[in-house]
Design a protein around this ligand. Structure first.
Ligand SMILES: [Zn+2]
Length: 190
């Protein structure tokens, strides 16, 4: 294991989880340095020494989705997995905003691809769930919402202030929707 300790300001940072996730997703060190008031060198060192490839892969894959046989999941398992995937989508949206903010086209394409897979997975899980749940009416689950969101944020790229204002509104809506889903899945699990 590489040496880590109080000397690494990134390891010691209280938002380390978000930082590691952002690094694994390929967010630029310069952008992160601005956002979290951390040294570029410290971020670079942390990324190189404290974030091994397995951990990156794990962070990118999200909550243990790989290797699951969706068709064999029981209802309650489908529900908790769905909640996890939707939480992951929230983070993907945040990555999407970061990519837009930095004008990082490569990252944008990658995050958009992940969102697409995330949507497909949600669709399959919802197919496994008994119908009659309010989850299907949640904005975070609707493909049209995701498409609209991606295009809206993209269209606002030339207007940073407007984009920030819109992104703030979207984050609020998504946060509430995610909370609703958690409540719904908890109710279903009863
Ligand atoms: Zn570190």
């Amino acid at each position: 294991m590489s040496k880590r300790g109080p000397q690494c300001t990134v390891c010691a940072h209280r938002e380390r989880a978000s930082l590691d996730l952002a690094l694994a997703r390929g967010v630029g060190v310069t952008a992160l340095s601005r956002r979290y008031s951390l040294g570029v060198d410290a971020l670079y060192r942390h990324s190189k020494n404290h974030l091994p490839p397995q951990l990156r892969a794990q962070l990118l894959a999200g909550p243990s989705i790989a290797g699951l046989d969706l068709d064999k999941l029981r209802d309650t398992e489908s529900q908790s997995l769905l909640a996890n995937i939707i939480a992951l989508r929230n983070r993907l949206f945040a990555s999407l905003d970061a990519a837009e903010e930095n004008g990082d086209g490569t990252m944008l394409a990658r995050v958009a691809g992940q969102l697409h897979r995330n949507l497909e997975l949600t669709g399959r899980l919802l197919g496994n769930l008994n119908s009659g749940t309010s989850i299907t009416n949640n904005v975070l689950v609707m493909p049209a919402y995701v498409e609209m969101r991606v295009e809206l944020v993209r269209a606002l790229a030339p207007y940073p202030q407007a984009r920030q204002a819109v992104a703030a509104v979207l984050h609020t809506i998504e946060h509430k929707a995610a909370a609703d889903i958690t409540a719904d899945t908890r109710e279903l699990a009863r």
